[in-house]
Write a protein of this length. Structure first.
Length: 160
């Protein structure tokens, strides 16, 4: 008997000067970063929400509120590690993750493989079970105008 769950996550952050640009746990050299209470890692946040949603554990804001100074400028991979502790303590294993970044600039292609490697380590699964994609929004909306970055993530969990 295998229990199986699907989770979905979404996040967005606004570009800001004098901020780091960290996506999928990878530091990306760029003139702008993302405004946030934490390091603003929009992809990791979407992945956290997908995992928490799949396990019926509410959302990232519930576990890491932005009113808590503990998480000020926090490395989001630490948040994801804590989310994975919640998963494993309940017997959930990641089956696969599929996610998409939406942004005009900078180009993500040089960093995608590193993101997949990082996420596979954090999610304790093989890189073949992880997909990270990036696309523009054809100049439409806030992502198209270059105001920020959006990320969506779908995850499946299994419990033996
Ligand atoms: Mg966020």
């Amino acid at each position: 008997m295998v229990d199986f769950r699907v989770g979905f996550g979404y996040d967005s952050h606004r570009f800001a000067p004098d901020r780091p640009l960290v996506i999928g746990g990878i530091a990306i050299p760029y003139e702008l970063g993302l405004a946030a209470h934490s390091d603003g890692d929009v992809l990791i946040h979407a992945v956290c929400d997908a995992l928490l949603g799949a396990a019926g554990l509410k959302d990232i804001g519930t576990w890491f509120p932005d009113t808590d100074s503990t998480w000020k400028n926090a490395d989001s991979t630490v948040l994801l590690t804590k989310v994975m502790e919640l998963m494993t303590s309940r017997g959930w294993q990641v089956n696969n993750l599929d996610c998409t970044l939406v942004l005009e600039k900078p180009k993500m292609k040089p960093y995608i493989d590193d993101m997949v490697t990082k996420l596979s380590e954090l999610l304790q699964t093989n890189p073949e079970n992880i997909a990270v994609k990036a696309k523009t929004n054809e100049k439409m909306g806030f992502t198209g105008a270059g105001e920020g970055i959006a990320a969506v993530a779908a995850v499946t969990l299994r419990k033996q």
